[in-house]
Ligand binder design. Structure first.
Ligand code: S3P
Length: 438
């Protein structure tokens, strides 16, 4: 795909549904008793992989219309043994959360995925699930394909996460639904709390306590009665981030992004943009289905460099590719501190950010787990070709950069964008962008 210098962007946009919340809505709907109605579901490849996998587990999932879905829950421990292997495509959240659910069941489930997912570490999820009573056999490095044999007698667990990961936390909480007594997780730094909010929405009992050094302890009471609930899913701030960034760097732009999820544990990019001097404003804040939501007004701004503290990483873990693009266009140097976890995403995003910015003519360097970017006080020359490495966010971040550069940017493969934002090019072009298939 090719992005060419754009006219100023203007108008209003409704971005696709939140990917994290969409996976959880389908999964918790499947674990509740009764019919859960969902609107605003993201219909990207990743979430559709979760829907298909739930079907393999014998759960009825149906689409009523765009974003409108129904799930007839089978209850905790009520799934059937899948007859086929579960192919989760590119979806890390799907495989990790569904491993937690599969652990509740005394049969073997087989998980696989694409080449990107096959390279991602699953040991971080396997370890606590084994401690609860699941058996897991996997390829070297605990990578997919993987077989998980669950148990109808899972043990509750008290577990300290070695890395701040909402996926691992959620897998343990989902398994903990089937265990008696309390399952507790201590997270070193708070990560997105969509699972906690949605578990409560479905009637689970869950409390959150402060833990040492700014961490949190989440305690779930096992074996709750989950009852079906209606759910509305807000727009994904991680998708909104691309439109927001484009508006900041394409001169003269002004956008209103409607109904975006503004969960505080996802808000790191907004904090960075404000610190960089970006004009962003939240309007009409409200709560929908237990999640905070607002419209975001953004206009083109003169940005300056930023030191992003390592403590902020979990609240913007998926936004570093697009933040790196903003830092490249800002005035002065930026440091993204403690971003080593980026090596374990859909691609090695640490390496992909370095390669992509260099190809666009930006001076960028690594220092341990930090990335250093020399801002150019305006867009870099561009003109480079980037490998997307099966990574939707790398592809979209550099297409956005191309919108502001004089020479545009080319991505070798735009197909991964469909995992989270199938209408990306169409939506950006509707606002004034010029993105096309090469
Ligand atoms: C997600 C958590 C994050 C994030 C991913 C979605 C989730 O992963 O990168 O895109 O929905 O829980 P980690 O929990 O591994 O940091």
């Amino acid at each position: 795909m090719i992005s060419e210098p754009s006219d100023s962007l203007s108008g209003e946009a409704t971005l696709p549904g939140d990917k994290s919340i969409s996976h959880r809505a389908l999964i918790l709907g499947a674990l509740a008793v009764g019919e859960t109605r969902i609107d605003g579901l993201l219909e990207g490849g990743d979430v559709m992989a979760t829907a298909r996998a739930l079907g393999e587990f014998g759960v009825e999932v149906a689409r009523d219309g765009p974003g409108a879905w129904r799930v007839w829950g089978a209850g905790v421990g009520g799934f059937q043994e899948p007859a086929r292997q579960l192919d989760l495509g590119n979806a890390g959240t799907a495989v990790r959360l569904l491993m937690g659910v599969a652990a509740q069941h005394p049969f073997t489930s087989f998980f696989s995925g694409d080449d990107s997912l096959g390279n991602r570490p699953m040991g971080r999820v396997a370890e606590p699930l084994r401690q609860m009573g699941a058996r897991i056999e996997a390829r070297s490095g605990c990578r997919l394909p993987l077989a998980l044999t669950g148990s109808s007698e899972l043990l509750p667990l008290s577990y300290t996460l070695p890395v701040a990961s909402a996926q691992v936390k959620s897998a343990v909480l989902l398994a903990g639904l089937a265990a008696p007594g309390e399952t507790a997780i201590v997270e070193p730094a708070p990560s997105r709390d969509h699972s906690e909010r949605m578990l409560r929405h479905f009637g689970a009992e869950l409390r959150v306590e402060d833990a040492a050094a700014g961490g949190r302890r989440i305690v779930l009471s096992g074996q709750p009665e989950l009852s079906a609930r209606a759910l509305s899913i807000p727009a994904d701030i991680s998708s909104a981030a691309f439109a927001l960034a484009a508006a900041l760097i394409v001169p003269g732009s002004q956008l209103l992004l409607r109904n975006v999820g503004v969960n505080p544990f996802r808000g790191g990019l907004l904090d960075c943009v404000r610190e960089m001097g970006g004009a962003v404003e939240l309007q009409g804040a409200k709560e929908i289905s237990g999640e905070p939501v607002a419209d975001i007004a953004v206009s083109a701004s003169k940005l300056h460099g930023i030191d992003v503290p390592a403590a902020r990483v979990p609240s913007m873990i998926d936004e570093f590719p697009i933040l790196a693009v903003l830092a490249a266009c800002a005035e002065g140097p930026s440091r993204l501190a403690g971003v080593g976890e980026l090596r374990h995403k859909e691609s090695d995003r640490f390496a992909a950010i370095l390669a992509g910015l260099s190809a666009a003519g930006v001076q960028v360097a690594a220092e341990g787990d930090d990335i250093l970017i020399t801002g150019m006080a305006g867009p870099p020359p561009g003109g480079g070709e980037i490998e997307s490495c099966l990574d939707h966010r790398i592809a979209m971040a550099f297409l956005v950069l191309g919108m502001a550069t004089a020479r545009g940017m080319t991505i070798d493969d735009g197909a991964p964008i469909a995992t989270s934002f199938p209408a990306f090019a169409e939506l950006m072009n509707g606002l004034g962008g010029r993105i096309r298939h090469g």
